[in-house]
Ligand binder design. Structure first.
Ligand code: AVI
Length: 320
C-alpha cells in the first residue's frame, strides 16, 4: 500500500459504493445517478476534453482570472503556509498559484484518484524543485484530517472549477463548513464559482457541438455496463441539458429513446420512451447568492475577482 493509500484508508472505507448508489438511483420513481461517478479513467479524459471545447467557457475564463490576480490572491501567504487543494485532479490550475509563491511549507493535493495524484506530483516536482508535496488520497466531501505536522500551520484552501455548483445548496453549505474545519485555524479559501448568465450560453456549455459532453454523460452507462454487468445500449439513450431558472441550475439527463428493459447487476429496470435519468446539476450563482451560502457555512467573504464579461467569479473566503 502506498503512503497516500495508507493515510486515506479511513476515508476510503467511507467511500460510496457504486453498485448500491446505481441500483438505488435507478429504482427511484424519477431515476437519477450521482455525478461523482462520471470520473472513471475514460470519464476523466472526456472531462479534460470538455474543458477544451469552445462552448465550455468556465475553465478558460477561470484560468484567465487566476493568472491576472494570483499575486493578490496570495497576499499574506507566508513561508509556513500549507496550500490544500480539494479535488485536485491534474493540479493544472494550481501551477498558476505555485508560480507566484516564492515560499510555501507544503502543497497538499486531495483527490480520490491515486494515479491523478501521482501524475500531478511528478509534473509539479519537475517544475517546482524543492516543493514539498504531501499527497492525500481521500474523498473531499467528507471532513478530512490533515497530517499532524501540517494541521497547526496557516492553511490556504483552493477549490477551483465551480465544482461547488455540482452540490445542491444545502450540501454545498455542509461541504464549505467541512472545508472550514479542515483549514482551521487561520484558514482561507480561494474558490471558483460560475455565475448566472444568458441561458443560451449556459446550455451550450453543457451541450457542445462536438458532442464531447454527450459522450461524457453516456460514459456513465458504459461504466455501469463494464463494472456492474449492465446491458445499457448506448445508442438507445441521448444526452440532454436544460437550464432550470427556478433552481438556477443546469440539469443534465440521459433520455431513453424507446421503451426498453435494461439489466444491471442482475436486476431489471424498465424505461419508458422519453423517460429520463437525471445525472448532474450545476448550480449557477450571483455573487450575493454565493456569499449567503459561504456565510451560512461560517466563512466571511472578502474579495471577489471576475472577468470583464461577468461569466465567472473567484472568491476569497476567510474564517473569522
Ligand atoms: C466538474 N464540474 C464543475 C463540471 C461542471 O461544469 O459542472 C462538470 C461538467 N459536466 C458537464 N460538463 C462539465
Amino acid at each position: 500500500m502506498s503512503k497516500a493509500t495508507e493515510r486515506a484508508a479511513p476515508f476510503l472505507r467511507q467511500a460510496d459504493d457504486f453498485a448500491v448508489s446505481v441500483l438505488e438511483g435507478l429504482s427511484r420513481p424519477k431515476k437519477s445517478l450521482p455525478c461523482r461517478f462520471f470520473y472513471d479513467a475514460q470519464g476523466s479524459a472526456l472531462f479534460e476534453d470538455i474543458t477544451r471545447q469552445p462552448e465550455y467557457y468556465p475553465t478558460r475564463v477561470e484560468v484567465g482570472i487566476l493568472t491576472a490576480n494570483a499575486m493578490q490572491m496570495l497576499e499574506g501567504a507566508l513561508g509556513e503556509t500549507v496550500l490544500v487543494e480539494f479535488g485536485s485532479g491534474s493540479s493544472i490550475k494550481t501551477e498558476i498559484l505555485l508560480g507566484h509563491m516564492r515560499r510555501l511549507h507544503a502543497y497538499v493535493p486531495i483527490d480520490i484518484s491515486e494515479s491523478a495524484l501521482i501524475d500531478a506530483r511528478e509534473r509539479l516536482a519537475a517544475r517546482f524543485s524543492g516543493l514539498n508535496i504531501e499527497l492525500l488520497l481521500a474523498d473531499f466531501s467528507h471532513p478530512i484530517e490533515l497530517p499532524p505536522e501540517l494541521a497547526p500551520r496557516p492553511k490556504l484552501g483552493f477549490f477551483p472549477g465551480s465544482t461547488i455548483g455540482n452540490f445542491v445548496p444545502a450540501e454545498a453549505t455542509r461541504l464549505l463548513r467541512a472545508m472550514r474545519e479542515t483549514l482551521s485555524p487561520r484558514g482561507k479559501l480561494i474558490i471558483g464559482v460560475d455565475l448566472k448568465k444568458d441561458v443560451r450560453q449556459l446550455v451550450a456549455a453543457y451541450d457542445d457541438a462536438n458532442g464531447v459532453t454527450a459522450a461524457f454523460n453516456l460514459n456513465l452507462l458504459a461504466r455501469i455496463n463494464h463494472e456492474l454487468d449492465g446491458t445499457f445500449d448506448l445508442q438507445a439513450f441521448r444526452h440532454a441539458a436544460t437550464y432550470e431558472p427556478f433552481e438556477g441550475r443546469i440539469e443534465m439527463y440521459l433520455v431513453s429513446v424507446k421503451d426498453q428493459d435494461v439489466w444491471v447487476a442482475g436486476r431489471k429496470f424498465h424505461f419508458r420512451a422519453a423517460e429520463t435519468i437525471h445525472t448532474e446539476s450545476a448550480y449557477k450563482y450571483t455573487i450575493e447568492e454565493f456569499h449567503l451560502i459561504a456565510q451560512a457555512a461560517g466563512w466571511t467573504p472578502l474579495r471577489v475577482w471576475k472577468d470583464e464579461l461577468n461569466l465567472f467569479s473567484v472568491h476569497e473566503l476567510v474564517a473569522p
